[in-house]
Each structure stands twice: as C-alpha cells, then as structure tokens.
Design a protein around this ligand. Sequence first.
Ligand code: ADP
Ligand code: ZN
Length: 672
Amino acid sequence: MFLHISVFRPLEEILIYRCPPELVKEVSVGKRVIVPLKTQRATGLIIKILDHKEKIKDLEDIKPIIKIIDPYPVMDESLISLCKWASEYYLFPLGMVFKIALSCLPPAKPPYYPARIHSLLETIRGENRQIGLDAPSLTEDQKKAVEIIKGALSRDTFSVYLLHGVTGSGKTEVYIQAVDACNRSGKGAIVLVPEIAITSQLIARFIKRFGEKVAVIHSGLTKGERLSEWLRIKEGKAHILIGVRSAVFTPMDNVGLIVVDEEHESAYKQEEGFKYNARDVAIMRARMINATVILGSATPSLETLHNVHTGKYKYISLPQRINKKPLPPIQIVDLRKRKTDSLLTPELQEAIKKRLCNKEQVLLFLNRRGFSRFILCDDCGYVPPCPNCSVSLVYHKKERKVCCHYCEYKADPPDICPVCRGQNLKALGTGTERIEEELKNLFPDAKILRMDKDTTSKRHAHHFILTSMEKKEAQILIGTQMVTKGLDLPEITLAGVLLADNMLYLPDFRSAERTFQLITQVAGRTGRKDKPGEVIVQTFNPDHYSIAHASRYEFDRFYQFEKAYRKGAGYPPFKRLIRILLKGNRAESVVAGSALFKQLLDKYMDRTKIEVAGPVPAPFHKLRGKHRWHFLLKSQSTRYMRNQLKQVLQAFHMEGIRGVEVEIDVDPLHIL
Ligand code: ADP
Ligand code: ZN
C-alpha cells in the first residue's frame, strides 16, 4: 500500500511512502504519521491512499512510514481540500498549512492527556453559572435578521450574509440565535473573533447561553488547554467553537454556520509566514461544505461591500441601536487651535470632569503606547534610531528605557546627544503612558487604568482590567487599539479619540478606511445602555473626508467617496494585489535580488494584464535587522497573477541569490 503524505516542512512536493503490512489496518486519510525524511524523522499527514492501478515510479526507493500518530483522523476530506486551496491561493507550502491548521493538537503520540481546563475560561464559566438566562426578546430588526439566517441554515446551501449593524444594534444576539438554530439542526458552529482577550464579554454571553457546549481556542492557551478544548469538540461535548483566526482551520465535523465578528478587522490577516485572511478562508470553508456565513460589522470593509453589490453576498441591516437609542453625538476638536502641547485639550478636560462628577466612566483612545514618541536633541536635531529597524526609538518612562516597537531592542535613554554632545534632549510626542501621567495630575482622585501592550503582557491582564471597569473600581480607561473593540460597558458615557491623525498618514491606501472604522468603533463604546453618550475626536485634519463623515455617521457617503478613490487609483476591491517582499541581512544582496526578480517578472508575466510597481525600498526599509525591498502586482484577478508568479518564484529559486528571502502576500492588508 502506498500513501501520499504531506510532510510538515516547507516543501513544494507531496511525498510517497509505503505502508508496512502491520500498519495497513490503521491507515486512513487525515491521520498524522511519522516518516523518515533524508536522515531525519518528520511528521506529516496522510492525504491520499493510492490505488493499486496508479503508476508509481522508482518503487524500490520508496521508504515505509514509521508510525501512525492518531487513533482517528484529525482532518476530514473537506478540511484537507480547504488546506490545499489555501496553499495554492496564498502560495504557501501545503505541509506548513497543515502544520498550522493542526496546531491545536500536540505533536506527541496518544493517549492524549487533557490538561487542566483553561483558567480564564474557568473564571468566565464561574462568573456565568446561571446558564440559559438572559435571552432578551428580539427587536423587529433582529427578528428579521434571525429569520433570514434560519432560512439559509435550513436550505443547507452555501450562502454569505453581511450583517451590517450600527454599534450597539445587537449583532451578538443575532449570532447567538443563529448559532442556536444551527445547533438545533444537529450541526456545529464556529464563531471567529478578532482577539480573544478583548472579546471576553462576547464569550461570556455565549457561555451564559450555552454553557459547556462552548469551546474556546486561541493562542494564549497552553498546548494542553488547547487540546482539551479540541477533544471536547471531537467527542461531541462542545458544538460551538469560539476562536481567533487560526480557529478557522479547527477540525470540527459537520459545521453548519461560521460567524465572523467584526469582519473588517485586520487581526484576521496573519502577517507573518502563512499570510492568510481567516475571513476569506472561512468563506471558502463554508463553500466547500455548504454552510452559512455571517459577516458582522458596523463598518464593513470595502471588499465585503463590493461583494454585496456584485450579488455574491446578501445584505442584512440593523440600522438602529437597541431601544432606538441615538448614536452618541461626535464633537470634533481642532488641534491646530490649541494653545498648549497637551492632547488633553480644555474641551476634553471639561468633558472628563463632568463624567467624574456624575460618577460615570470615560474611555480614551490613543494609537501609540510608551511615554513619548521620540527623543530629540534640541541642538542638532538628532533622534536616536533603532539599530535594527528604520524607525525612531520610543521612550518608556516607567521602565526608563528607549524601546523599538518593531523588534526587541531596548537601551538606556541617552543623557547627552551622541552626535553633538549637547545636553538638551527632549521627549517629544505623546503615548498612552504620558497621557496616563497627565491624567493623574489633572484628576488625582480618579482611578485610571491603562490598557496597551505594556500593561497586558501578563496572562488574563485584559480580563482583570475590564472587570475592574465593569465593577466601577476605575473611572478612566486609556488605551491603544485594544480598547476600541467589543467593549459593552453601560457606564462609559464619554469616549475620546486623542489624535485621529496618526493613522491617517501612513503610506497605505487603506489608512482613510481604517481611520473611519476606528472613530466609528470608539464612538460605539459609549451610551450603550440607559445613559446617553458623547464623543470627542481631536484632530489636525477636521475636514478630511474620513474624519468628517465618521463624525456624522455618514457611512454611505464615506463609502461612496472611498470607492471612487479606490476605483480611480486601481486599488482593491476593484483590482487585486499581491505584494512581494525581498529581505536579507545585506543591503547589496537585497538590491541585486530585486533586480533579478524584476527581470524574471518581465520575462514570465503578461504585462498587458498585470501591472508591476517596484522594486522600491519598502516604507520600513529596515526591520529587525533585515533590509527590505518590495514589489506590488496589480490585476483584475489573483488567479492569473498567482499562476505566473509561481513560475517566477521557481526561476528565482533556481538562480538563487544567497541570503535573500522572498515573501508573498496575496491580498495584503498592509504594505509597509
Ligand atoms: P453590537 O454587537 O451590535 O455592538 P451588542 O450585541 O453588544 O451590539 O448589543 C448591545 C447591547 O444591547 C448589549 O448589552 C445587549 O445585551 C443588548 N441587547 C441586544 N439585543 C437586545 C434586545 N433584543 N433587547 C434588549 N437588549 C438587547
Ligand atoms: Zn527595531
């Protein structure tokens, strides 16, 4: 008996192995095996059992497999097909796709020992013992949405719904009812969320409703914890899986529904290695198994809206907040008129004071952690850069270090300027740490919490910060992106965006879209229950279309404007992109590699159908010690580009320039 095995290594080929007679009974597609590979052993997945009739070359050279790991298949045919598709689509080796897809399983052999249950889950489960309670009667809009989705579920055909609901319109309740309907018809559901830590409220609501039927898988779990959650799914104890992007590959039988919450979120895109977008993989998975997909968002991506307009996806809208509560008014504060350097403008200070008097809560968002953005020598203008990356170092006051936010580099802040020996070093620009300090001085009686990468490195730190806000132990929460999503705290009546501009000027065609989304999301955190909310957005560009439209909740107008821009400039969703990044330790090799790559692109690509921009240094032309150059390919379809690119890659590897890595990003989200 011969087997096709995909080995979990960066190989292009699928390998053939022999199955020794004593293992024949155990063999089946979808089980993992240990095989010899050159002088080593490797893990792989059986993806096909070969027919007797199939011709096999060099029979004598075929080696036998060593061992079968799994007692039962860990992947079914449909999931194997999904991984094959993902490997083809994202131009990433199949074995590595399998490896990532199966990362919830331990590499070791059975018997599997489930670990102690995940402690955060325990906490949430403990806090939500009264299962089955808390089912509000749906609003008319919610009812309509649920009916449409139930209809789709009962038809067992592939369909995708965009659930476009303003913040606080009760999307989660629609997911819950849809998941319930799916479970009742005997099928499982997968709910993808952008980040687990900040979605603990959504998880809590699911657990309240469904109890032990919910399994949660994410990267913060230990191997044992992940396994024990997966086993509960496999054994049919859990029918609902909540997870972050990698959960889209979780082996779960008979999936009927996949929910992608906040579908526009960039967290769904893996930026390292296998650069897949979990939202898009979810849609492909559903298509292969005739399942239903719900994409939920208050600010859907242009790609998704385009798919609605071309009829690929269907549209469901929740245009109003629960109980017809108004969306909180957004006031714009023009920073060009401010008199001091501080981002806590008099308008914002007044508004905060008012909330503190009323014993309400405040949420402040700044897209930058640390104390100051950079240190500047006032005499010669020197700014200490990261030695590994083309960015300046950020000062962290509490730690008394200057740090790079892109690599691990840290150093003591300079006392004197290393260039001119001057002593007038200034910490300029603002981060969350400085705002926290200023707030403490301004409001000494208030308890202030900060949520950013620096304060949440410990396990479950998010959960404790949020619980503390929930219990009203603190009055002000300041944070980065983490505070913009998913929070449902009734006492937050003021939200402030301290500086709307710092996302706007990244050299990236999506920066206006992201700015619009962030402002809308932050605003959506206020006035969700009985007390009305208010929002302050501070900016140097009050007239920029993304900021102006966001401040008036003019989603359609923004969308029309942005669409016209994308169409004119030939960007997604009207054209498809592939980004090619070349990187290496030596600048000369990267430049030489880029020149060669360009020649090959010209040779193999039909330039009437594919536009090639580059090679040029990437906006971050040095990162973590590597020099970086890139190309951008543009065309009507990715298939065409992918096919031709494959040839280019093969030719490039044949010529082989030493010390240059090539990274391919199909449908890139960031091009920095
Ligand atoms: P979204 O995800 O659209 O921002 P949520 O699902 O978080 O909104 O709902 C907002 C709030 O309204 C939540 O506190 C939720 O418990 C509550 N809610 C949702 N649906 C209803 C309903 N039908 N009746 C009363 N309250 C509801
Ligand atoms: Zn660095």
